[in-house]
Design a protein. Sequence first.
Length: 173
Amino acid sequence: MKKSIILLVTLILCGTLAKAQFSHLKDVKLQSAKDYTEYTEQIFDCSDYILLTPYDKKDKERTTAINFVTRWLEGSPEYSFFISDNIKVITEERDDLLGLYTTCYAKIIVENEGAITNHEKIENLAINSLLEYCGNQINKVKPTKEMKNLIVLKNNGELASLSSYFLSKKEAN
């Protein structure tokens, strides 16, 4: 019985994700703080769709969802978002990976309802989420060399903290 319920919920979720439609978000104007608050629920929906489905560069709904999340995050008056040098190194500034990172970052913010405000902490959580997504071959994302190294360290339990990892990389250069 329990397996049947889990299977049913999984099928419903997959069906919902498969029918995701975000094209209407292209026309959303985000101008006031109220606008950003009003569309927080869509950030959940977009993030779930992006992070629960494999990467497909031909998926226009995915692209629209990523663009909306990025627009929401960059313009939000509540959060200070920027792409740090660490992220640029990890992603090699590839648009697909930056979009995924931005999505991970936004998801952490909305899931925690602003309880985590420290950029470094949010960045670390977002990087871990990004590594988890990119480390799963089912998601069809080609990680960068740096990401592959981090994924191996993380999977082997050798990644104590991202901060110390980046610090040791800077000291080595």
